[in-house]
Design a binder for this molecule. Structure first.
Ligand code: 13P
Length: 249
């Protein structure tokens, strides 16, 4: 019913050589047709990635976008520019952007809007810190981050979104949420989406992110409300990333 997505966020990693490896590995290896696969390399590699993945089912994503269309914003990239390079998805609200680059909820909303206006699918990232989890605030933090964006969009726009639950304490730490912990938050998110509109809860894909790896992906992906993964470290190795794609297919 909901097509799973496996998305590889390379963050500020990779090289032309790695891109070439992925291009070969993913055009030769049969990918499950029942899933969507997305790779999100750093900006300078997008043009090459568009070519490298031309013969495969891999789609392209970007890691961020500036809300403005064009102008004097040194160092920034707009949604229409991403579109020209075959980009289909863009991350908004990744915890590294929220903390390291001080993007607050209104900055996340502006980026989601810019993406939607250019026909890109925003992958809205949400998640609590360890401190927030231990204080019993996981759901209020996560649902609050979702409302800050969804509450400002119309019904059609909300349906275009993908949401990624990435507990901050699980990102890059090797400490994965257990399948039960992840499912619990995913179920709460889905229930919350149902409250907006029944169809929204049924249709929106909810990805899990945070130390997902070849050896824990199957258990996480087997949960009823987990529709895929947003993978960092393990998306930099062709074999590991392929194994995760197969666990989803
Ligand atoms: P890791 O898979 O390295 O924990 O990163 C997750 C993430 O932040 C993906 O966006």
């Amino acid at each position: 019913m909901r097509t799973p997505i496996i998305a590889g966020n390379w963050k500020m990693n990779g090289s032309l050589a790695l891109l070439e490896d992925f291009g070969h590995a993913f055009s030769e290896a049969a990918l499950p047709e029942s899933i969507e696969v997305v790779i999100l390399p750093p900006f300078p590699y997008l043009a090459n990635a568009d070519e490298a993945f031309e013969a495969s089912l891999v789609q392209l994503g970007a890691q961020t976008v500036n809300p403005e269309e064009q102008g004097a914003f040194t160092g920034e990239v707009s949604a229409s520019m991403l579109k020209e390079f075959g980009v289909r998805f863009v991350l908004v609200g990744h915890s590294e952007r929220r903390t390291l680059f001080r993007e607050d909820d209104s900055a996340v909303l502006a980026r989601a809007r810019a993406a939607l206006n250019s026909g890109l699918t925003p992958i809205l990232c949400v998640g609590e810190t360890l401190e927030e989890r231990e204080a019993g605030r996981t759901e209020s933090i996560v649902l609050g981050q979702i409302d800050a964006v969804l509450g400002e969009l119309d019904s059609q726009q909300r349906r275009e979104l993908v949401i990624a639950y990435e507990p901050v304490w699980a990102i890059g730490t090797g400490r994965t949420a257990t399948p039960e912990q992840a499912q619990q938050v995913h179920a709460a998110i889905r229930q919350h989406l149902h409250a907006y509109e029944h169809e929204l809860g049924n249709g929106v894909r909810l990805l899990y992110g945070g130390s997902m790896k070849a050896d824990n992906a199957a258990q996480l992906l087997a949960q009823p409300d987990i529709d895929g993964g947003l993978i960092g470290g393990a998306s930099l190795k062709t074999d590991d990333f392929l194994a995760i794609c197969h666990a989803a297919g």
